[in-house]
Design a binder for this molecule. Sequence first.
Ligand SMILES: Cc1cc2nc3c(=O)[nH]c(=O)nc-3n(C[C@H](O)[C@H](O)[C@H](O)COP(=O)(O)OP(=O)(O)OC[C@H]3O[C@@H](n4cnc5c(N)ncnc54)[C@H](O)[C@@H]3O)c2cc1C
Length: 421
Amino acid sequence: MTDVDPHYPAEAETYREKVRAFLAEHLPAGWRGVGALSNDEAREFATEWRTTLYDNGLLAASWPREYGGGGLSPLEQVVLAEEFYKAGVPTGTANDGFGIAMVGNTILRWGTEEQKRHFLPRILSGEDKWCQGYSEPGAGSDLANLGTRAVLDGDEWVIDGQKVWTSSAHLANWIFVLTRTNPDAPKHKGITFLLVPMDQPGVEVRPIKMLTGSSEFNETWFTGARTARDNVVGGVNEGWAVAMTLLGYERGEAAATVPIMFRTELDRLIGLARQTGAAADPRIRQRLASCYAAVEIMRYLGMRTLTRYLAGEHPGPDSSIFKVYWSEYHQVVTELALDILGSSATTPSGRWPTTSFQTDDVGAPNDSASWVGTFFSARAETIYAGTSQIQRNIMGEMVLGLPKEPGVPTGSWKDLQRAAP
Ligand SMILES: Cc1cc2nc3c(=O)[nH]c(=O)nc-3n(C[C@H](O)[C@H](O)[C@H](O)COP(=O)(O)OP(=O)(O)OC[C@H]3O[C@@H](n4cnc5c(N)ncnc54)[C@H](O)[C@@H]3O)c2cc1C
């Protein structure tokens, strides 16, 4: 196992200077971060900035150049992500996480040459916008229980079923879908990973209203929806391994940027505590100090993952430890923010966060709406991308070597459905 080495080699600083020069050249004068813009301006800026990144080959920094990527080394990717985060610039728009980080990387790993040449450039150009069709009403933590059926009809797959919690589906024109293609096989063995166009009568997207009042996720219904026979990634009935690659895709950049993100947010909260006078309360000071210690621990957890990533190792269960740590911390710190705001948290005003994921943007004002919106979003963070309980199961089994969960059922998926209460 590689030790934690929180020092970057000298070449990192040379590349850092290049990134800073790029930012200085392309950002408007007086730039303070996308959070300093109004919500409408921020959306507009994100679209323009995406084009700048695309034109300069920095939208998918890790992808090979032949598919339109930046061809950067892991170290350069980490430095780029750090500098972009500190400057408060977006790294893409709403569907890019699904398109670039998830399905794009998965196609690079599992796709045919034809799929790479067809799909990857279209993701980068923005022609194809992706979303993720994994969860179903009966398949969340127990994802392998999924029941959306796909049946071959000549040269096309015909898909019937329902997905749920499909983030940004209302903005997407393609969806990667886990489908049941062999109900007679055990539940992990009859799954196929399909790429499905959404612009067809058989696909219906119904918005779900969130706690924040916005509708960033949806139900997605398939009724006789169709996709080409060749739009399978990784082989028919071989989709489970592909699905896990996508879920386990742990980028080193996140380990470097997440602690910076939470430190930036905490500094803003300390500013709010000073501004409101709450900093004079020793109990608030104690809670702020505890958050400060938590972010420092997070920084070292990130360094451990990063050290392994730069050494070419797989982060393994580190990603579960990191996920539980930051998501549970975020609920604590946003609760503190509401206590600092006091009664003004009940009548939020000012600028709402532009995102429902993690912290508000760099440069965001200390408005009550920013903190209340982030407090709401933090409720979901211990659920999406694997709940805290599931992450703890992984840590128990993989880190502590505890026995596996009891009662894992055997037999075909179809028999399990019959036996279900
Ligand atoms: C904001 C948000 C965005 C999302 N976006 C997407 C998306 O774009 N695409 C997509 O496919 N999905 C998406 N999801 C769905 C997400 O992946 C699931 O919500 C998550 O996997 C949990 O599944 P579930 O909601 O069905 O809860 P369940 O699996 O029903 O879990 C209910 C509770 O039981 C606990 N539990 C379940 N099994 C175990 C066990 N074995 N041991 C211990 N405890 C257990 C869970 O931890 C949880 O507390 C999103 C969710 C959220 C909140």
